[in-house]
Every structure is written in structure tokens, then in C-alpha cells.
Ligand binder design. Structure first.
Ligand code: PEP
Ligand code: MG
Length: 756
């Protein structure tokens, strides 16, 4: 490596000196480009910066016409410079004018130059500008020269990010870095959140860019890499990941990457060029992120993001702990932005400061989303690029109603949303006031409005929402957020906590409903299934693994000592499954009474109606149980052969259509005939219009997300039920197979001033 006169080290040293000197930003840029040109023996060096209006503006040049500075402009994607910015990839050409993308800007006088090397100015994967060197002769720039220019570009990216260049922009023009961006994702949990970005993996700010001694720095890098590898080996040998599974596969991939020669070589190269080890990691990570943003293949994206995680770990190693003292910088209105995160990690944030959640990944049924929903956090998922585009502290709006994220929103958007939030707050206040009112229709028919729950964090909602009890406690959630199977004591503790919080209100515990889309990473028995929704899940799984069911039943029986215990079995297909489950329950009861345990005062056993086969055994079913609960999510999915997680067909068939409503009515009538209580606990119960339909066909007990109780009760209080029942009877009569029930319901609501 050349050490005197030229070479990247010398260049970086000169840059450092220039950045330390007090001077006007334009002068600093002019000197930087001059220095680069000299150092790289190029006749031209130019810097283009990306503006918020997607124009690349020439900010400084050595060699081109100086009058073109701040005048020469290229659109993103236009010309060589525009292509580099758009693709975030360098271009190295010995005859630039022959390149199909070449665009001639007469004001610059660049026609005289043939060879061209341009690199994107990147920060955290985002393109902020383009740095170019050019030569008159046709030459090919070496790989190390390209690396050197990229290193310099990184230093310039920091200058842009620290706002150094803001003074050079003309009034009314903004740099891309501060551009407002609207990102579209999928609505995962309703609500609107206004606040400021908190990056879940805080971008570690590398302040020390230049190394004093490359050899010493290489040693530091090497040490950090070694301890990184050791820590991965260590994690791999831990007991809880020692078996095969998803965790292990991820860690194995990390181990492979940590030893990846290409990655390590690029890190070392950047250090040799004069960067500190941490700045080198940041540089290589930024290149990776840029590539990731342009990558559509999900497998490759996944691999790239493993590298990204690894780079973060390495940065922490190098900068020591404390580099991300989260709690201190946590704003009062935090909106957490993450690629993905574990459910437990979300609960580590102080709830009172959280206003929303934005995920690049995630599915509506992923654990993190279930928890976010449980704590009522507006959530948008599948927002590609959210992490790269955000900086800690940026203003941000999350609209969980329509899946929008507005980053650094403009004034008018902010005003519109502030109004939306006020409107929603007024509505909430209204619902709150309704809590004290009895849940009965306008014509005096009482209706039981219950809530769904699954974690201890849900419990305060019982009082807040005014629910009459818990109609569905999804016990599997405790299993899903845990790292290993919850022990019997932990299960008992949670169930007792629930019953204490319910304070005499009824609670229906559903035995664990795992399998299907609810996977437990630590559960060894599960195998890959072609059709998991139709597979080994819920009661099928627990009857095959009776130990699991027994443990849970024991925990429930103990927790409910001295109170009523209501138990419900998910995904029942044959009445005989109830008999088998009852045998296990009876055995546990006998066992506990033998040891003189305090038993529940009464035990009621129910079944969920989710599998269509039960519809032809309704009579026997109603006699075999104390109550039934319709799981409309699964029942609808199986009746209409429509995968409930598939967004493409989510709206295709209407649960408020004639066939499904007739079927639901049949269930309600079967219950009435033999006096077996019937309730419904799928998502259908939570929307005022569908709740209204359910009441109209005979349901008097429904269970929903706590946030839905208010809107449903507002509907209920204005509902003349008898009139509705007549109307529904007519609409569902034989001649009505094509009737648009939704339209009928909307018209009925309008006629009677019912808020939907
Ligand atoms: C249902 O299927 O409607 C139901 C309530 O159960 P889950 O949504 O937990 O599958
Ligand atoms: Mg279900």
C-alpha cells in the first residue's frame, strides 16, 4: 500500500483535516473534490446530492465548468449519475460516452472525458448522492480505487446526515434525507399513532471514522470478529437451541456468515483504506442494505438481513455496551420501527410511551402482532424499506386503519391526522361513557358482550371495555410468546391472575390451540405440513400428546379452586373427541381430589364449532357439552374453502352472505332447542354490522376484541331487535338466496339511526 503522496489512507487523512478546519461548507466541498481528484490522478471529481424532488444536483466539482455548480441537474435514473443513484451500485467505465445511459449536460463541458467511475453516497442503505471521478484518457479504474472512492463517499454521507450541507440548499428545496415519504403496508392493528421514530435496532452512530494506525485497527477488527464467532458458537451450544429448529438454522447461518471470507475481506479492505473498524462495518453494512432494498427474491433478502444482524452485533462488540442506551433517548410518543422483533421484546418497552409499531416483515397472525394487538398498539406490517428510510427521532404517523405510514409528514398530512386522532378520541370517550349502561337492545333484550383475551396484558381491558366477561381466553398465546414450554406453575399463575382480575365475571378458557399457523419454535413433534390449517392442530394434537393437555388441565383446575371453571375445546370434528377429552379431565379431577386439592365449584365443558363436520352432529354435540362457541374465523375458512391468512381472497366471499348466515342461524336454533348456550367468538362478532346480523339471527352472546365492545354496544343500544329479526327472517327466506344482506343491514341501520 502506498503510504506517502497518494493512496486512500493519505486521502482520508486529508479529509479528516479538512473536516476539522473551520470553513464554509461550500469551500469544504470544493476542497474535498479537489483533493480526491489529485489523489486519484483524475481530471474531474464531482459530487451530486439527491434532493427531495428526486433531482441530483451538482454540489461541487473539480474539473467541470465551475459555473455549473448548483445548476447542473439530473433526474433520478437519468444519465450515468442518475442510474448509479437509482440502483445504488457503482459504475466503472473506460468509455462512458458509449454507455447507453450516458446523458450529455452541455453546461458542464464533460464531453472531453472518457473514463468514468461513479459510486453512490450511501447511508444505512439509502442513496444520498453520487460521487464521480473522470479522466480524459480511456482507463479502467482498479478495484482498490473503487473501494477508496466508496470509503470517501461514506465520509461525505456523514457530512450530509449531520446537516452540514443544509445551508447550501436554496430556499424551498430540501435534501432527500429529509424528504417526507409515504409507505404502504398492511393494517395489522387498528388505531392511529402520531409520534417519533425509535429504531428497534438503534443505528449505532459511528463518530470516529478515521483510524490512526491500520495494523492496530485490523487487530481490533480481528478480535471483535473472533469474539463474535465465539458468542455464536456459545449460543449454538446452549441447551434451549441445541435441538434442530428454526432458531438453530438461523444461528448456523450466522456462523457461516461470520466466517465468510468475502465479508471479512471487505471489512479489512475498508480498514486498510483508513477507516476505523466500526466505520468499516458500517460501510459494508450500508452496501448490503442498499442491495437488499433492490432485491426482490425473498430468500436472498433473508440472507442479506442475516448479514445485517451480524453487522449490528459486530458494531456492538466494537463499540462496547452502552452504545445504545435506549431508555434515555426514548421519546414520550415512541413509534417503534423494526424489521421484525420478538413478542417479548415489545413488552420490554415502557407501554405508556408507545404510540405505534411499524414492521418490515410480520404477518397478521405472527406473535409480535398478536401481542401488539393485545396491548392496543396501532400496527402496520409488511412496510418494505421502513428501517432504512427512518432515522431515530424522525416524525412519523402510523395509520393502522388503512395500513399507511407517513414518515417526516408534511404539515397538511399532520393536520389531517391530528384531526383524525381527535375524532377517534371523541368516539372513544363516547364508548367509555357507554360502559355503565346495561348491554341491552333498544327494545330491552339483554345481550352478553364478552371479550377475547390471551395474555396478562389484556386483563386491564376487562374493566376498561366494560365487557361482561372473557368469552375466549386463547391459552396458546402464553405458549407462543415463551421460549420454552411454560411449566405447570407458570400456567397456573396466569390462569389464577385471569380469574382474580375477572372478579366473578365468567371466563372461558380454551385449551391450547397450537398447530396450523400457530407454531411453537421449541415444539419438537411438529413436522412440515402441506396444509397446516387442515393438519395436526388443536384438540387433534393435544389428544395425541395427552401429557400436554393433562398439564394444562391440572393448572386450570388448581387455579380455579373455589370458583367456576369453564373449559372449551378447539377444532372439534367428532363428538367422540369430547368424550376423550372429558376422560382426561375426569382423571385429573380424581387425581387432585385424592390429594385434597381445592377444586372448582363447578366445571363446564364446551366445544368450539369450527369444523363443518359438526354441523351434521349438532344434536349429539349440544347434548355432549355444557355450551358451544362458534369460531367463525375457522368455520368460515372451511365452509367457503378460503384460507383466512390469504390477503388476496380475503374480501372475496362475504360472511354476511345468505349461506353462512343460514348456517349460523341453524347453530343458534339447535342450541335454543335443547337449551345449550351458544356464543360466537370469531372476528365477526367485533364489527357492529356483523354483530347486528348475529343478533338478528338469534345470537344473544358474542365475544370480541376489547376495542370492539364500545362500537358494538353503541349499535346495540339503538337496535330495535324484534324488527330486525323479522327483517332477517325475510331476507334469509328461501327466495332470498341472492339477497344482498349487507345492503339490507345498512339500510335497516340508516332507517333506525343505528351507528355502524
Ligand atoms: C376462530 O376460529 O374463530 C377462533 C375464535 O379461533 P382462532 O381465531 O384463535 O383460530
Ligand atoms: Mg379457530
Amino acid at each position: 500500500m502506498r503510504e506517502t503522496g497518494a493512496g486512500p489512507r493519505v486521502l482520508l487523512r486529508r479529509l479528516r483535516e479538512m473536516m476539522a478546519e473551520a470553513m464554509e461548507p461550500q469551500e469544504r466541498l470544493d476542497r474535498i473534490v479537489r483533493e480526491i481528484a489529485q489523489n486519484m490522478v483524475a481530471e474531474v471529481c464531482s459530487l451530486y446530492i439527491l434532493r427531495a424532488d428526486s433531482v441530483l444536483e451538482l454540489y461541487a466539482t473539480e474539473g467541470l465548468n465551475p459555473n455549473a455548480v448548483h445548476l447542473a441537474q439530473l433526474r433520478l435514473g437519468q444519465g450515468l449519475v442518475g442510474s448509479i443513484a437509482a440502483s445504488a451500485r457503482p459504475l466503472n467505465l473506460s468509455d462512458a460516452q458509449k454507455h447507453p445511459a450516458f446523458a450529455y449536460l452541455p453546461e458542464t463541458g464533460e464531453e472531453a472525458y472518457h473514463s468514468f467511475l461513479g459510486v453512490p453516497v450511501l447511508r444505512a442503505g439509502r442513496t444520498l448522492g453520487v460521487l464521480v471521478v473522470q479522466n480524459r484518457t480511456q482507463r479502467h479504474y482498479r478495484e482498490d480505487e473503487e473501494e477508496a472512492l466508496e470509503t470517501v463517499a461514506m465520509v461525505i454521507a456523514e457530512m450530509i446526515a449531520t446537516g452540514d450541507l443544509a445551508r447550501l440548499t436554496r430556499p424551498g428545496i430540501e435534501l432527500d434525507l429529509s424528504r417526507s415519504v409515504n409507505l404502504k403496508g398492511l393494517p395489522f392493528n387498528d388505531g392511529v399513532g402520531l409520534g417519533h421514530v425509535v429504531l428497534h435496532e438503534p443505528r449505532i452512530v459511528v463518530t470516529n471514522l478515521f483510524n490512526e494506525d491500520s495494523d492496530q485497527e485490523l487487530e481490533r477488527l480481528d478480535e471483535a470478529l473472533s469474539s463474535l464467532r465465539l458468542s455464536i458458537d456459545d449460543m449454538l451450544s446452549r441447551r434451549d437451541v441445541a435441538f434442530e429448529g428454526e432458531h438453530r438454522a438461523v444461528l448456523e447461518a450466522y456462523r457461516m456468515f461470520a466466517n465468510d471470507r468475502g465479508w471479512v475481506r471487505r471489512l479489512e479492505e475498508a480498514v486498510r483504506n483508513g477507516l476505523t473498524a466500526e466505520a468499516a462495518v458500517e460501510k459494508v453494512q450500508s452496501d448490503m442494505r442498499a442491495r437488499m432494498l433492490h432485491m426482490t427474491d425473498p430468500y436472498l433478502r433473508e440472507r442479506m438481513s442475516d448479514f445485517d444482524d451480524l453487522a449490528n452485533r459486530l458494531l456492538r462488540q466494537l463499540m462496547g455496551r452502552g452504545a445504545d442506551a435506549l431508555a434515555e433517548v426514548m421519546p414520550k410518543d415512541a413509534i417503534v420501527v423494526a424489521r421484525s422483533m420478538g413478542a417479548a421484546e415489545l413488552l420490554d418497552y415502557p407501554r405508556e410511551r408507545l404510540r405505534g409499531l411499524v414492521l418490515e416483515d410480520g404477518a397478521p397472525t405472527s406473535h409480535i402482532v398478536i401481542v401488539a394487538r393485545a396491548i392496543g398498539l396501532p400496527t402496520v406490517g409488511q412496510v418494505k424499506g421502513a428501517v432504512s428510510m427512518s432515522e431515530n427521532g424522525d416524525a412519523i404517523i402510523v395509520d393502522g386503519e388503512d395500513g399507511q405510514v407517513h414518515l417526516r409528514p408534511q404539515g397538511d398530512i399532520e393536520t389531517a391526522y391530528a384531526e383524525k386522532v381527535r375524532f377517534r378520541a371523541r368516539r372513544q370517550k363516547l364508548y367509555h361513557e357507554l360502559r355503565a349502561k346495561p348491554a341491552q337492545t333498544k327494545d330491552g333484550v339483554p345481550v352478553e358482550l364478552l371479550m377475547n383475551a390471551g395474555l396478562a396484558v389484556d386483563l386491564p381491558q376487562l374493566a376498561d371495555s366494560g365487557a361482561a366477561g372473557i368469552g375466549l381466553f386463547r391459552t396458546e398465546l402464553q405458549f407462543m410468546v415463551a421460549l420454552t414450554f411454560p411449566r405447570v406453575e407458570a400456567q397456573e399463575r396466569l390462569y389464577r391472575e385471569v380469574l382474580v382480575a375477572a372478579d366473578g365475571k365468567p371466563v372461558t378458557f380454551r385449551t391450547i390451540d397450537i398447530g396450523g399457523d400457530k407454531v411453537l419454535p421449541y415444539f419438537k413433534g411438529a413436522q412440515h405440513e402441506e396444509n397446516p390449517a387442515l393438519g395436526w392442530r388443536a384438540i387433534r394434537l393435544t389428544l395425541d400428546r395427552p401429557g400436554l393437555l393433562r398439564t394444562q388441565i391440572r393448572a386450570l383446575l388448581k387455579a380455579a379452586g373455589g370458583r367456576e371453571l369453564k373449559l372449551m375445546l378447539p377444532m372439534v370434528t367428532e363428538v367422540d373427541e369430547i368424550r376423550q377429552a372429558r376422560a382426561i379431565i375426569d382423571r385429573e379431577v380424581r387425581h387432585l381430589s385424592r390429594f385434597a386439592h381445592h377444586l372448582p365449584t363447578s366445571l363446564k365443558l364446551g366445544a368450539m364449532i369450527e369444523v363443518p363436520a359438526l354441523l351434521w352432529q349438532l344434536e349429539e354435540l349440544m347434548q355432549a357439552v355444557d355450551f358451544v362457541s362458534v369460531g367463525s374465523n375457522d368455520l368460515f375458512q372451511f365452509v367457503t374453502a378460503t384460507d383466512r391468512g390469504n390477503t388476496r381472497i380475503a374480501e372475496r366471499f362475504d360472511p354476511l352472505g345468505v349461506p353462512f348466515l343460514r348456517l349460523l342461524r341453524q347453530i343458534a336454533q339447535a342450541g335454543q332447542a335443547v337449551h345449550t348456550p351458544v356464543t360466537l367468538c370469531g372476528e365477526l362478532a367485533g364489527r357492529p354490522i356483523s354483530a347486528m346480523a348475529l343478533l338478528g339471527i338469534g345470537y344473544r352472546s358474542i365475544s370480541m376484541a376489547p376495542a370492539s365492545i364500545g362500537p358494538v354496544k353503541a349499535m346495540l343500544c339503538e337496535l330495535p331487535l324484534e324488527a330486525l329479526m323479522e327483517r332477517m327472517e325475510d331476507a334469509l327466506a328461501n327466495h332470498g338466496a341472492k339477497t344482498d344482506i349487507r345492503a339490507e343491514l345498512t339500510a335497516f341501520a340508516r332507517e333506525h339511526d343505528i351507528p355502524l
